[in-house]
Design a protein around this ligand. Sequence first.
Ligand SMILES: *Cc1c(COP(=O)(O)O)cnc(C)c1O
Length: 384
Amino acid sequence: MRFQTLAIHRGVYKDSTFNSVTTPIYPSSTFRFDDVGKTKGYDYSRTSNPTRKALEENLAALEGGVSAFAVATGMAAITAALHLFKSGDHIVCTHDCYGGTERLLRTYGELFGLQTTYVDMSQLEQVKAALRPNTKALWIETPSNPLLNIIDIHALSEITHNHSALAIVDNTFLSPYNQRPFELGADLIVHSTTKYLNGHSDVVGGAIVVKDKTLAERLQFLVNALGQGASPFDCWLVLRGIKTLAPRMKAHEKNARAVAEFLEGHPRVAKVYYPGLKSHPHHELARRQQYGFGGMVSFEARGGIEQVNQVLRSVKIFSLAESLGGVESLISHPVTMTHASMTPARREKAGINERVIRLSVGLEDVADLIEDLEQSLTSKAEGL
Ligand SMILES: *Cc1c(COP(=O)(O)O)cnc(C)c1O
């Protein structure tokens, strides 16, 4: 089956009691045993639940893995992945990773002695130079947030495997529709399903996907032991969202490209970050390793923080909000919002300055989105 068919059919149990065509929600904390020691496959919903299982089978199929684990949030997925390591282990992480990832790595450094080095992963030499005998993983996020730098997953996976470490990819920004890291050599994928996979801004959720049975067993143990599993209601919503993942991703990209091109030609915009533009420094790599360019666009407004605030305040269709990947367009200011927990020094090193504005381009009529940006960019000129 091809991607869109898998998205609609994989993991969807045809209910034999009433012949519903969708997976029922099973909000049962516990399951009755048929006999002593004999279940129908489920005993307690922290360990496993039929609705959660349906989503997990779907996600594993879309990424081309053997197993997936649906957990309560993207951060829960990252937490589970970090529990594969122990005190004294070393992780090399991309320097412009999700702010929450950096915060968790810092916390685990303080609590458990997990060591992290941040490098610009688009520079392979920097990655190689950062490897130590105790390096156990590379933490890759591509495209990065919010500057949409592209990292060569295939090249980094080779480096990692020569070092007997794991290549871990946070695939939230593109979703498996636009990027499939296992095909490029990655070992483990994490997702915030809150974003494109669910796609309707009405759930927080996460997932871990693996292609190796041993890792699957360790993660099944961890997700149960840490108590991370997602609720059956949330799993059902994410599964429902995934059925339209392919057409949504195509439409997000179409709108994002139009917005990026509009911004690139605008006199009040200093710089546009969109991997689909020829001007993007990693455009060729993005074409090679991705199936599409996604729906996220970042840009730097000209002028100072007043001008930036004016844009953020005067948009009418874009909501000033964190998160991304929903049908409604959002605008955010990384320095004061998503990346506020990052230390200023690390932010500066990653090139995230206060003029950067991030857009999650939704599925509204793109002419309305462009008009909204036009009026917000020019209101800046009149207001000051
Ligand atoms: C949102 C996000 C996360 C965290 O996911 P939550 O569902 O908010 O916990 C992790 N990584 C990336 C790239 C994200 O965008």
